[in-house]
Design a protein around this ligand. Structure first.
Ligand code: GUN
Length: 281
């Protein structure tokens, strides 16, 4: 069994970006909007800030009140950032409070500043073909990068994705399909999950439920990508039973230190891509 070391691979990506940013006289800038104080989001946002500081990307955080911020206020703030030439990337941290309508918020972001790749324009491009994946969402992009680093070619593989979110499940399914995998996407209404994991060569699990994927559900030599981040008794664990599955798997991502750091590194990369796109506009 081999560990897919996201911490290590992300450090190579960050190093490359640091080198590129270092050459720029005017630095790229990322603006992150947080509405409320979701504890997990606070941790993710702190990690994004740290990465910006590490690579030399300018960081701005706009923290809005969960109770008083409306969909309209938030869209106004985004429009202001859309027209601010100093801002290259805009990221609205999710989840948002329930009274804010996320689709309208995402739609308001200028697609050229959409470093999360959540806008329909960028998500559509990601689905169309590998060539157009420039603003692919950060977690799916990080997963693909990790597989590439370890020379894992998914062409012809049976891949099962568990979770159908717009952030991870759907785009990673599309990106695996773009690379020639035969993809099954499972979700909350899937009748018999094990039926879809048993023969899979590659499993991506992105649900947020500790213990969801167990060793009896996977075949020998499976490759497991665990996107889950669950805090159990103060410890961070993924969605799969790492200890038992790692005895069967050929490759597996740890939590923490797998997909998480890859997501952050790909956000830095997307911010640099946004900066370059805007130079050419
Ligand atoms: N919440 C959890 N992951 C993400 C992400 O990649 N981007 C944003 N904006 N919010 C998130």
């Amino acid at each position: 069994m081999k560990i897919l070391d996201g911490k290590l691979v992300s450090s190579f990506i960050l190093k490359k970006i640091t080198g590129e940013v270092c050459q720029l006289s005017k630095k790229p800038k990322l603006t992150v909007i947080m509405v409320g104080e979701d504890p997990a989001s606070l941790v993710y946002v702190r990690n994004k800030k740290r990465a910006c500081e590490q690579v030399g990307i300018l960081w701005e955080q706009i923290s809005l009140d969960a109770k008083t911020t409306t969909t309209e206020n938030l869209i106004k703030e985004i429009q202001r950032l859309n027209s601010d030439k100093q801002v290259n990337g805009i990221l609205v941290q999710v989840p948002l409070p329930k009274h804010i309508y996320l689709p309208e918020v995402i739609k308001a972001i200028n697609p050229y500043k959409d470093v999360d790749g959540f806008h329909a324009y960028n998500l559509g491009k990601t689905v169309l073909s590998m060539q157009f994946e420039d603003f692919a969402p950060c977690t799916p992009k990080g997963i693909i990068r990790l597989l590439e680093h370890y020379d894992i070619d998914v062409r012809g593989m049976d891949a099962t994705v568990i979770g159908h979110s717009n952030i991870v499940g759907k785009p990673v399914s599309a990106m695996l399909l773009n690379r020639g995998a035969t993809v099954t996407t499972c979700h909350i209404d899937t009748k018999d999950l094990k039926n879809h994991t048993n023969n899979a060569d590659l499993i991506v699990v992105a649900v947020g439920k500790a213990g969801l994927l167990t060793a009896d559900m996977v075949k020998k030599e499976v490759i497991v990508i665990d996107v889950g981040m669950n805090r159990i008794n103060g410890n961070l664990i993924g969605d799969c039973d790492f200890e038992k599955i790692s005895k069967k798997a050929s490759y597996i991502t740890p939590v923490p230190g797998g997909v998480g750091p890859m997501t952050v590194a790909c956000l830095m990369e997307n911010t640099l891509i946004a900066y370059k796109k805007q130079l050419n506009q």
